[in-house]
Design a protein around this ligand. Structure first.
Ligand code: G3H
Ligand code: 13P
Ligand code: ZN
Length: 326
């Protein structure tokens, strides 16, 4: 058991104030998943360059991959690195898809400033009870909590959902009131991973269900909404991966136009993991194919990191609209 640490001592912030400004300002805060040093450096470099607030997002799998103590110091290092570069960025350390009270508590106790409890696969009353339990604990330490209603298709950490179940607008008011959550993840047609839609010949990507989002906004006006599964699955990266020995035929994501529209609404947090993975994999494949004698990880991880910086700058500036908001 590692020692108990408050996120405030690490220089982190919770997400409440960021969401308030994002909802009223018509933009979203980007939440980028990371597992290792290079991904984290890229996120910070890009967010400093674009003066963007940022949510550093860690899944259960990422937390055990990186080690929880190491993670805490990586987050602390991020805050200090940004400061040394002359930027006082609001940085949130957030648990992505927490699946139990114990995991959420452990994250609160080890320096996270925000946690998600994902009870979306549970019967409604159980989701409410579990989410409420996490909120009661986290709020004692001023840690913000994200809940979820509706199920996304694709892979949610270790939970695999075959089909999406859209969020039912009739449930959101009751859920928010009974649980006390600070933000709500919804299902309106996005999905996790790099294969978001299975299209038959001649079919195009179905638009997101903005009609459901509007119904939700009517029920809980101004309440912070979260969009998971929001990678665009950048076609240029998929093409590079396939060109250099990969096999990702049929990979497809959500268009930037749809995400821009969502970011202007009550959607104030947009989750991006797969696009970062694709950028890194594409650049490493390309580099190693073109430099077969190279075996210094700094060389191939370095090109991957540089690409990730460019990708994140683009997302902040042209998709979520968070550039210049820090
Ligand atoms: O939504 C899930 C995230 O992309 C995290 O994925 O569990 O493989 O780290 P992971
Ligand atoms: P993507 O797989 O679309 O990047 O979604 C990531 C996500 O929702 C993390 O919670
Ligand atoms: Zn997710």
């Amino acid at each position: 058991m590692s020692k108990t640490v408050s996120y405030k001592d690490l220089g982190l912030v919770n997400s409440r104030e960021l969401f308030r400004k994002a909802v009223s300002g018509g933009y979203a805060i980007p939440a980028y998943n990371f597992n290792n040093l290079e991904q984290l450096q890229a996120i910070i470099l890009a967010c400093v360059a674009t003066r963007s607030p940022v949510i550093l997002q860690v899944s259960k799998g990422a937390r055990s991959y990186a080690n929880e103590t190491m993670l805490r110091y990586m987050a602390l290092g991020s805050v200090e690195m940004a400061r040394e570069m002359g930027a006082e960025l609001p940085i949130v350390l957030h648990l992505d898809h927490g699946d139990s009270f114990e995991l959420c508590k452990s994250c609160v106790d080890s320096g996270f400033s925000s946690v998600m409890i994902d009870g979306s696969h549970l019967p409604y009353a159980e989701n409410v009870a579990l989410t409420r339990q996490v909120v009661e604990y986290a709020h004692q330490f001023d840690v913000s909590v994200e809940g979820e209603l509706g199920v996304l298709a694709g892979i949610e950490d270790e939970v695999v959902a075959e089909k999406s179940t859209y969020t039912q607008p009739d449930e959101v008011e009751d859920f928010v009131e009974k649980t006390g959550v600070d933000s709500l993840a919804i299902s309106i047609g996005t999905s996790h991973g790099a294969f978001k839609f299975k299209l038959k010949a001649g079919e195009s990507v179905p638009p997101l269900r903005f009609d459901i989002l509007e119904e939700i906004e009517k029920r809980i006006p101004g309440f912070p909404i979260v969009l998971h599964g929001a990678s665009s699955v950048v076609p240029a990266y998929v093409a590079l991966i396939n060109q250099y020995g990969g096999k990702m035929e049929g990979a497809i994501g959500v268009s930037e136009d749809q995400l821009r529209r969502a970011a202007k609404s009550a959607v104030c947090k947009i989750n991006i993991d797969s696009d970062g993975r694709l950028a890194v994999t594409a650049k490493i494949r390309e580099f190693l194919a073109n430099n077969p004698g190279e075996f210094d990880p700094r060389k191939y991880l370095g090109v991957a990191r540089s690409e990730l910086v460019e990708l994140i700058k683009h997302k902040n500036e042209a998709v979520v609209g968070s550039a210049g908001k820090a």
